[in-house]
Design a protein around this ligand. Structure first.
Ligand SMILES: Cc1cc2nc3c(=O)[nH]c(=O)nc-3n(C[C@H](O)[C@H](O)[C@H](O)COP(=O)(O)OP(=O)(O)OC[C@H]3O[C@@H](n4cnc5c(N)ncnc54)[C@H](O)[C@@H]3O)c2cc1C
Length: 374
């Protein structure tokens, strides 16, 4: 007998979605969160875009979980009155030489099952967004935005209604295997121990660190973490856009794009700043250096020449937990259970960068399928 069936490490959007799905399936679940509140990690520092699934390798987890997750997410937001807006997105080619990139993205998206993209001429794109400068665009009607905090609040409410509990200020401090169970220690001001059948590691930027604290888990199976910071600038004035606008992607990110919040306010970002090897999740500096403004203005004016001078102001930043470094090919989500890593009673989630918010409900389904029924 164990105290609980499942301990989930991390109360970001993924940990909360996993806790909800497992609790609703009948598992007894405790979520351990190091911070004083849920949803203060990567899930609080992103673009809040519901991705349609345009960018990912066919057959990858990112591709399948993004598509499935997006449908689950729209349905969940609708059913639970979570603020969201299926506003659509324009992916733009600003130079003739970018056209082939649009075609490549469309072909890859089609191979992943995205079947609603539409090629637009520059004029057709401008009919949707008159302030836009581009030679061609891809229109994605299934892209949207979501209130990520509202989503997490509802996920937690559902998880708790199904019997799960959340322990905040309770950093996972280690676990050792005891036959068919784990003895788990939580640190913080009020440390405790408990036995659990399963540990699901949803610690985001802290996932590698948490995995290293599991005695008996083969350290060679923990992929290296690469950190890529992304900064955002907000627009002081009202934006002349009603849809999301993305340039073609860059190494490590999707390019400085325009996202709208649910109040219609525009922000631009994130750029990509690879943090030096040796940077750790504990030493992150989330400040946004105003000196980046000139680079942002240059990027934005490629698709919005009318951006007024001095209209941007530093906003917030986020850090991507990546499994590939600068110049390396993008890596897939790494979600592994005992069949993959050989360690009983553990599911590890590494590299849950974008589109992790979109995919969260599908990731939860995927994790639930790894565990035996309660
Ligand atoms: C700049 C940026 C833009 C993005 N834009 C989008 C987007 O538009 N759309 C999209 O779909 N995705 C986007 N993403 C990705 C998305 O935000 C993440 O995939 C998602 O939020 C990850 O959620 P998580 O629960 O895995 O991580 P987190 O939200 O970071 O949650 C992990 C939690 O674990 C806790 N933790 C860490 N270590 C421990 C420990 N030892 N013990 C207990 N708790 C611990 C942390 O405090 C944290 O609360 C973006 C990401 C970034 C960085």
């Amino acid at each position: 007998m164990t105290d609980i069936n499942v301990a989930v490490i991390g109360a970001g959007v993924v940990g909360l979605a996993v806790a909800r799905t497992l609790a609703q399936a009948g598992h007894s679940v405790v979520v351990l969160e190091a911070a004083n509140a849920y949803g203060t990690g990567v899930s609080a520092r992103n673009s809040e875009v519901i991705h349609a699934g345009l960018y990912y390798e066919p057959g990858s987890l990112k591709a399948s979980l993004c598509l499935r997750g997006r449908e689950l997410l729209y349905a969940y937001c609708q059913a639970r009155a979570i603020a969201h807006h299926r506003c659509g997105k324009l992916l733009v080619a600003t130079r003739e030489e970018d056209r082939p990139k649009l075609a490549a993205i469309a072909a890859r998206a089609a191979a992943c099952g995205v079947d609603d993209l539409q090629f637009l001429s520059g004029d057709e794109a401008r009919a949707l967004e008159p302030a836009l400068a581009c030679v061609a665009a891809l229109w994605s009607p299934s892209s949207g935005i979501v209130d990520s905090h509202g989503l997490m609040t509802q996920l937690l409410a559902d998880a708790e209604a199904a019997g799960a509990s959340l322990a905040v200020a309770s950093p996972f401090a280690g676990a050792r295997s005891e036959g068919r169970a784990w003895r788990l220690r939580s640190g913080g001001a009020e440390p405790f121990e408990m036995s659990t059948g399963w540990i699901v590691n949803c610690a985001g930027l802290g996932a590698q660190g948490a995995a290293r604290l599991m005695e008996g888990f083969d350290a060679a199976r923990i992929p290296p973490l690469h950190l890529a910071k992304g900064h955002y600038f907000s627009l002081a004035a009202r934006a002349p856009f009603r849809h999301l606008v993305y340039p073609t992607p860059v190494d490590g990110g999707l390019g400085v794009h325009l996202t709208l919040d649910l109040g219609g306010q525009a922000r631009f970002g994130p750029d990509v700043e690879w943090l030096p090897e040796g940077a750790t999740p504990e030493t992150l500096d989330y400040r946004v250096d105003a000196a980046r403004q000139a680079g942002f203005e240059a990027d934005i004016r490629r698709y919005w020449p009318g951006l007024p001078a001095g209209a941007l102001q530093p906003d917030y930043s986020g850090v991507r937990p990546k499994l590939s470094g600068p110049g390396q090919p993008a890596r897939d989500f790494h979600i592994a259970g005992p069949r993959e890593h050989g360690c009983e009673g553990v599911v590890q989630l590494f590299g849950i960068e974008s589109p992790g918010l979109t995919a969260s409900l599908a990731i939860a389904e995927h994790v639930a399928a790894i565990l035996p029924p309660p």
